[in-house]
Each structure stands twice: as structure tokens, then as C-alpha cells.
Ligand binder design. Structure first.
Ligand code: UT7
Length: 333
């Protein structure tokens, strides 16, 4: 009997910029304070990319290089690089192609995958499918965003939330039944009005008017997004656990998108997963959009053991959301 090929994560890497934007600094820029931000979001500080002229690719390259160095792989062996991002360097020319060339992945093809805060989660599904089909052997998935490039630092409702960062995960075939085992992914266009950047796309190309109206900045109706996020993230995790007969005792780690600590607490609460099994680094990085999940994996890598059950969950603009069930494939050290 042929063993089914599964897609395992075999290495992770990450990068965050040096500059630390604290709640204290933010409270000198807008009418806010540390107490409000921590109580409402759980965020203490975030990282901001200050290098002039550098975009998302700068961080993506560093995250990929971190992974390549740690895993000691030859970048020429990478078949495909998927660049999950909501803030590509530029439109039209995919950021992933530039990143692939910069890291020496000369035998890979590459493209960008855009699904707001769910970009990395959806990318896991795409990466896993290429591996499971037997088509490719090494798929590098990078999640990176320079949110500071689209955040309005005079808008206290959004500037406190977002940060910049990048994370990467390598997917390879596995014949021990480890890796991505199930997914429940959803989207609903009703979300378009609640979390968006109005201008700069084909519908509203840039003009003096769009600049004047601040339409090139991220807009979020936080309250509405919050409600959808709590309900749908918990619902997706519930579906994944139910149909795979997982109880909270079977789950070693919940890996949630880091948008707001209150959203994470609500989702883990409904799943019955205690805090010590929930990956959390929002206090240090804020919401890095496509980078939250791989940065969690990087920060918690040392605690992960072969065979651990991980439940990923994300929710973001679109709306986009879902959950992925994965068995971890190696012991962290
Ligand atoms: O990753 C993509 C998905 N995004 C999310 O999941 C984000 C979802 N939304 C949220 O995380 C929350 O809605 C926010 C953190 C954005 C806001 O928290 P909230 O508890 O929903 O606050 P609110 O919008 O209901 O605002 C409460 C009060 C308001 O004042 P009034 O109207 O009660 O007088 C705001 O004006 O807090 C005020 N406020 C602030 N005060 C101090 C809003 N922002 C701030 C601020 N500092 N930065």
C-alpha cells in the first residue's frame, strides 16, 4: 500500500525590524495611553521598518535567510516560494520573485498570495497542496508585511494595533502522517466595507483627491471586525476539532493570528484551551498581518515536539478566516 504524502513544516525563520514603537511613544503622537492599549489589545510595543527605500521584501529576505541558515538547506533546492502579504513592495511585479532571486532560490518560481490577515493561513493550504500532490518537494512560504506603510499615524484606532515583521516556514513531504491534516477555510465579501484601503487599486487609482482624503491608509471599523473575528475564529477552530475528534486535551498548541489579545482569549476560551497552550507574542509585535503565525512558530519553536497537535486560526479583511490542523514534525531545541 502506498503511504499518503503529507506536507510537514520542517523549518521556520523570522525577522522583525530593530526600531521599537512603544505605547509610550504612541501616546506622544495621538491621544492614547499605555493602559488603554494594553487593556483593549494586549499590545505593549511593535517593530517598525525604518530603513529608507525598503519594503516588505527587505524583511521577507531576512526571514528566509534565517530559515535557510538554521535548517542548513541549499536555496537552489527550493521549488516554489509563496509570498503571503497584504503590503507588497509594489503592484504588478510580485514581491516573491524579487525575494526568491535575492536568497538564491534560482530554481524556484514565485508569486504573491494576498488575503489580508489570513494570507499566511491560506498560503499553508496552497503550500501543502503542492507537496501532497507530489508535484514539488520544497515549498517556502513567507508571510511578511510592512503595515507601517499603510497606517495613518494620526488615527489612534488603527496606529496602535499594527507592526512590521516577517516569518517563514518550509514545507516538505512526510510519510509518517505528520504535517497539515485538515483545513476549514472561509471567506465572505460582506467584510470589504469594514477593513480596507480604498484607493491605489484599479477601482480607485491614485489621484490628488485620494491622497488628500487619506484614502491610501488602512481603514478599519474595529468594533464590527472584532465581532466577526471572535465568532468566526472560534467557529472555525470548533469545526476543525469536532470533525477530527480532538478535545482540548488533544491540542498541544493553539496558534492564533495576533490581532487582539481579547479575540485570542475569546477563541481559546470557547475551545477550552488553557492560556499556557496558546502561542502569544502580540505584546511584543502587535498585529503584523501575514507574519503573525510564522513569528509565533519561530518564537515557540524550542518548545515544540514531534507529534504535537497544533491548531492554527486566523481572521482578517475580506473577510477571510479559517483554521488548520497540523501535526508538528520535529523536536525544537
Ligand atoms: O487583523 C485583522 C482583523 N482586525 C482585528 O481583529 C481588530 C478587531 N478590532 C479590535 O481589535 C478593537 O475593536 C480595537 C482594538 C480596534 C478597538 O477596541 P474596542 O474595544 O472595540 O474600542 P472601541 O472602538 O469601542 O472604542 C472605545 C472607546 C471609544 O471612545 P468612546 O466612544 O467610548 O468615548 C474610542 O474613541 O475608546 C476610544 N479609543 C481610544 N482611546 C484611547 C479608540 N482608540 C483609542 C486609543 N486610545 N488608541
Amino acid at each position: 500500500m502506498m503511504t499518503k504524502i503529507t506536507a510537514a513544516i520542517t523549518a521556520v525563520g523570522g525577522y522583525v525590524p530593530d526600531f521599537v514603537l512603544t505605547n509610550e511613544i504612541l501616546s506622544t503622537m495621538v491621544d492614547t495611553n499605555d493602559e488603554w492599549i494594553v487593556a483593549r489589545t494586549g499590545i505593549k510595543e511593535r517593530r517598525i521598518l525604518k530603513e529608507p527605500g525598503q519594503g516588505t521584501s527587505y524583511m521577507a529576505i531576512k526571514a528566509a535567510e534565517d530559515l535557510i541558515k538554521k535548517a542548513n538547506i541549499d536555496p537552489k533546492e527550493i521549488d516554489l516560494l509563496i509570498m503571503a502579504t497584504a503590503t507588497p513592495d509594489m503592484l504588478v511585479a510580485p514581491t516573491g520573485c524579487y525575494v526568491a532571486s535575492a536568497i538564491g532560490a534560482t530554481n524556484a518560481f514565485s508569486y504573491d498570495l494576498t488575503a489580508a490577515c489570513s494570507s499566511f493561513l491560506y498560503g499553508m493550504s496552497t503550500a501543502a497542496s503542492y507537496i501532497q500532490s507530489g508535484r514539488y518537494k520544497k515549498v517556502l512560504l513567507i508571510g511578511a508585511d510592512k503595515m507601517s506603510s499603510i497606517v495613518d499615524y494620526t488615527d489612534r484606532t488603527t496606529c496602535i494595533i499594527f507592526g512590521d515583521g516577517a516569518g517563514a516556514a518550509l514545507f516538505e513531504p512526510n510519510n509518517e502522517g505528520l504535517g497539515v491534516l485538515d483545513e476549514y477555510l472561509r471567506s465572505d465579501g460582506v467584510g470589504r466595507d469594514f477593513l480596507k484601503m480604498d484607493a491605489g487599486g484599479s477601482m480607485r487609482p491614485p489621484s490628488q483627491e485620494t491622497v488628500k482624503n487619506k484614502e491610501h491608509f488602512l481603514f478599519q471599523d474595529g468594533k464590527s471586525v472584532f465581532k466577526f473575528a471572535v465568532t468566526n475564529m472560534a467557529d472555525a477552530c470548533g469545526k476543525i476539532m469536532e470533525r477530527n475528534n480532538l478535545t482540548s486535551d488533544d491540542v498541544q498548541w493553539l496558534v492564533p493570528h495576533q490581532a487582539n489579545k481579547r479575540i485570542i482569549d475569546a477563541a481559546s476560551g470557547r475551545m477550552g484551551v488553557p492560556d499556557d497552550k496558546v502561542m502569544m507574542n502580540i505584546h511584543r509585535y502587535g498585529n503584523t498581518t501575514s507574519a503573525t503565525l510564522p513569528l509565533c512558530l519561530k518564537d515557540y519553536e524550542g518548545k515544540l515536539k514531534k507529534g504535537d497537535t497544533l491548531v492554527f486560526a486566523a481572521f482578517g479583511g475580506g473577510f477571510t478566516w479559517g483554521s488548520i490542523y497540523l501535526k508538528w514534525a520535529y523536536n525544537g531545541n
